[in-house]
Ligand binder design. Structure first.
Ligand code: GDD
Ligand code: MN
Length: 370
């Protein structure tokens, strides 16, 4: 933990995103003022980035009239992450700290975060889960489980123990390394760790306090946004794997679709249509199903050709496994039920197609946009 006397070593900009935090802000500003007035402290500016809370925040800041506190009121694109990015953009100093307004994050740990950066870290996190860190009692089991699952989902991206923390510090030069920063939801810290390619993430233990005023804005919508965020980070950091896994899953769904279609066709028009035609119809429909989902989920980043050219390419790349499926289904259909024959056919066809089709499609048809 930081010692009370530790002064701020370098000029720092503190970014505080707020939404309806008029009740909490005075205490936070008092704590930051105390930090700023420690003997020998370098400059400190605070940027409050408020999403038009209309709760007296504007008046309160005006009344306090502190020249080192700036208020930015945003009226569009509401959200925690865009607010933080806006603050990072407007900040004047080269050491950037982001923290909550509600008193959960101890302002007194800021010098320690800065020190971690000076000592060579790319990113410094105020952490609850590192030795010496803690969380105030009163977190329900549910919120705790929630936080653990979210942290676990971040494992492929960072070794940090508390990457969910909204209390962190980064230098401007590191921030400028970031490409495709695409804020969604709450986890702007995790986004920056990944997109700015932060290798050395140092965690500074903090005590995470429960807010006294107002309420948490961590809604279900925010939690769903987190899932989307994890998928986007996966696509950024592991583009091949993030393409292959959905491709394999779509392939498995296609097997079920194929067998289901054969059963349906056989049931509806088994007496009228020859078997080979039923198989061809099922094959074509399944291929279209796979194409639709693969294009959306596995080859999301390909914008190279028209959809029709992609469809034609997809069909030609799939030709060999598709023919295998067709002929196996056809030959087995002589001795067994059509759906069962289809299952045998699609099992071999899909196994053959899994690697071959993915490579063919990824590198020849759906060429990656970047
Ligand atoms: N500008 C803006 N716009 N600020 C927002 C918005 C928004 O839409 N939503 C929330 N905030 C601000 C809040 O006013 C607060 O200062 C901060 O963002 C965090 O919001 P809380 O509602 O207090 O979040 P929390 O307590 O549930 O989440 C905290 O813990 C998480 C880890 O469990 C935060 O520290 C998160 O950053 C952290 O990830
Ligand atoms: Mn909070």
């Amino acid at each position: 933990m930081s010692t009370p006397e530790q002064a701020i070593q370098r000029p720092i900009s503190v970014i505080v995103p707020t939404y309806k935090e008029a009740g909490s802000l005075p205490t936070l500003l008092d704590r930051l003022a105390a930090l700023k007035s420690r003997p020998g402290s370098a400059a400190l500016e605070v940027l409050i980035v408020d999403d038009d809370s209309c709760d007296g925040t504007v008046e309160m800041i005006a009344d306090r009239n502190e020249p080192w506190v700036r208020l930015i009121v945003r009226t569009e694109d509401r959200g925690l992450s865009p607010a933080v990015l806006c603050g990072l953009d407007e900040a004047q100093h080269d050491v950037l700290v982001v923290m909550d307004a509600d008193g959960s994050h101890p302002a007194e740990a800021i010098p320690e975060l800065d020190r971690a950066l000076s000592n060579g870290a790319d990113f410094a996190l105020g952490s609850r889960y590192v030795a010496g860190g803690s969380t105030e009692d009163g977190w329900g089991v549910l919120r705790w489980i929630n936080s653990k699952i979210a942290t676990w989902m971040a494992l492929p991206f960072t070794r940090a123990l508390d990457p969910m923390s909204g209390f962190f510090a980064i230098e401007r030069s590191t921030l400028q390394r970031g490409t495709c920063i695409d804020p969604i939801g709450y986890k702007i810290g995790l986004e920056l760790i990944v997109k700015c390619q932060c290798r050395s993430v140092v965690e500074v233990p903090i005590h995470f306090s429960t807010r006294t005023y107002g309420e948490s804005k961590l809604t279900l919508k925010v939690q769903l946004q987190y899932l989307v965020h994890i998928v986007r980070l996966g696509r950024f950091k592991f583009p091949r794997l993030s393409s292959f896994i959905p491709f394999a899953m779509v392939g498995a769904s296609g097997m079920a679709v194929y067998v289901g279609l054969l059963a349906l066709l056989n049931y509806i028009c088994g007496d009228v249509l020859p078997v080979w035609l039923q198989i061809i119809m099922a094959v074509l429909m399944t291929m279209t199903w796979n194409f639709y989902w693969d294009r959306r989920l596995a080859f999301w980043d390909s914008r190279s050709q028209s959809i029709w050219a992609q469809y034609a390419g997809f069909v030609s790349v799939c030709a060999i496994p598709v023919l295998l499926t067709f002929f196996l289904t056809w030959s087995f259909s002589a001795s067994t039920d059509l759906p069962l024959a289809g299952l045998i056919g699609t099992t071999f066809g899909s196994a053959a197609g899994l690697i071959f089709n993915w490579f063919g499609n990824r590198f020849f048809i759906f060429k990656s946009a970047h």
